[in-house]
Design a binder for this molecule. Structure first.
Ligand code: SF4
Length: 423
């Protein structure tokens, strides 16, 4: 296990380039995805007297044509890696291609150090591609690999070719994120807290953020103001537990952002804890300008109850939807994640959940289960499918649920997706 935080914290007077690598996958959708952790680290390094720069391979090769400022990254079809040979789907490189990457790198001042971030474990081929490209262009510049993938896969990530790998979770630096490195932006991102006090058996939140920590409201407000100045009309909160302890932090913050940022639209791409959405909270969300509300229904699934996730009940969910509608949210803006493909779960149980959400007029959004290393449920998956622990590509939800788990057939999952889409 390696922790490079003290080394990064000691750097001064260096030229440091942060890179968000391309993504290799069957599909990729921009859910207000910015490399926020990397931006915080670049902010901290700049505060300590370093020159920092950024190359976001997704943002640099994308058009802003999706709703609420989201982007459509350009893609090129590429050969599937061998573990995917039998998957009957096309595989893509999203973001800057080789020529564009070389061109952009040549425009940059030669750095003393490169930081590469990474997200999903099964996106490692895009990260490795990026490291190989840099090693060809700048063989003497050291590369540090960080982000989610090496923390979840500390034994696999040294294969990346990076010189150093950050394999332990890094606390969020207190500095402002260096979002200005983008120049103009269509949307911004923020965090009011890191981690989650709950410990759901399939979720990586407590591995990535061992403690639930909250941030100072004034820091959050400054961060939003900075991004609004850069042109952002939409701000997404990345919190895992946005509403936890809401009386002392989120509700007062809502009042402030509603007053200080009229016309700015706010979004919650991660599922909100349904239990927390009482009438006051629903009204505060509406008045502050929240547009996209995503809820989670996992706790209502008997399989999840078995797995220890009593996050919500049908009655609490119905009440939350009622409160949101009463506050002014149209039903079609209330989306609800429903996990499918969990160990032991049947198609009938998922169908029941979809029908329940639809019966209230809200929108179900099917999310396929992705086994995440280090979680309690992963141990069960790995004991049944040991290859999933050895090859992160098999942790891809597009692949695991329909082709490996054996819980539901591809046809059943497709029918569930179709059912969830009917509205
Ligand atoms: S409530 Fe959500 S964020 Fe918290 S542990 Fe469960 S799934 Fe993860």
């Amino acid at each position: 296990m390696s922790d490079l935080s003290p080394y990064l914290g000691s750097l001064k007077g260096k030229r440091i380039l942060g890179i968000n690598p391309p993504v290799h996958d069957f599909a990729f959708f921009d859910l207000w995805a910015k490399p926020l952790g990397l931006l915080y680290i670049l902010g901290m390094l700049r505060d300590r007297g370093n020159d920092v720069d950024l190359l976001d391979c997704i943002h640099e090769a994308a058009s802003v044509d999706r709703k609420f400022g989201r982007q459509n990254p350009y893609r090129t079809e590429i050969a599937k890696p061998s573990p995917y040979a039998d998957i009957p789907r096309r595989y893509w490189h999203f973001g800057l291609n080789s020529d564009e990457f070389i061109f952009k790198m040549k425009e940059k001042v030669r750095p003393d150090l490169i930081l590469i971030t990474s997200a999903m474990t099964y996106w490692y081929p895009g990260t490795f591609w990026c490291i190989r490209m840099i090693k060809r262009l700048l063989p003497d510049v050291p590369i540090i690999l960080g982000g989610i993938y090496p923390v979840l896969c500390p034994e696999h990530s040294p294969l990346s070719g990076a010189d150093l790998v950050q394999t332990v979770p890094m606390p969020l630096p207190a500095s402002r994120p260096a979002v200005d490195l983008y120049g103009k932006i269509a949307y911004g991102v923020s965090l009011t807290s890191t981690g989650c006090p709950r410990r759901c058996s399939y979720c990586a939140s407590s591995i990535l953020w061992p403690e639930f920590c909250t941030r100072r409201p004034e820091d959050i407000l400054c961060e939003i103001a900075d991004q609004v100045c850069l042109g952002a009309l939409d701000i997404a909160f990345y919190d895992d537990a946005l509403l936890f302890g809401k009386e002392t932090r989120f509700l007062p913050l809502c009042g402030e952002i509603g007053e200080r940022f009229p016309g700015i639209r706010f979004h919650t791409p991660n599922g909100l804890h349904v239990k927390e959405i009482d009438r006051i909270c629903a009204r505060a969300l509406f008045q502050a300008g929240f547009q996209t509300i995503r809820l989670s229904l996992e706790g209502d699934d008997p399989v999840n109850r078995k797995a220890g996730n009593m996050k919500t009940t049908a009655a609490e969910y119905s009440e939350a939807v009622f409160n949101l509608v009463e506050a002014g949210f149209p039903l079609e803006k209330i989306e609800t994640y429903i996990l499918a493909g969990l160990p032991g779960q049947t198609a009938g149980e998922v169908e029941e959940n979809i029908n329940f959400v639809r019966s209230l007029g809200a929108r179900p959004k099917l999310a396929l289960y992705s086994p995440i290393p280090g979680t309690r449920l992963f141990r069960e998956v790995a004991s049944r499918h040991p290859q999933v622990a050895l090859e992160p590509l098999l942790q891809n939800n597009t692949v695991y649920a329909p082709y490996i788990s054996g819980e539901m057939t591809g046809d059943e999952l497709q029918q569930l997706k179709d059912l969830a889409r009917q509205h």
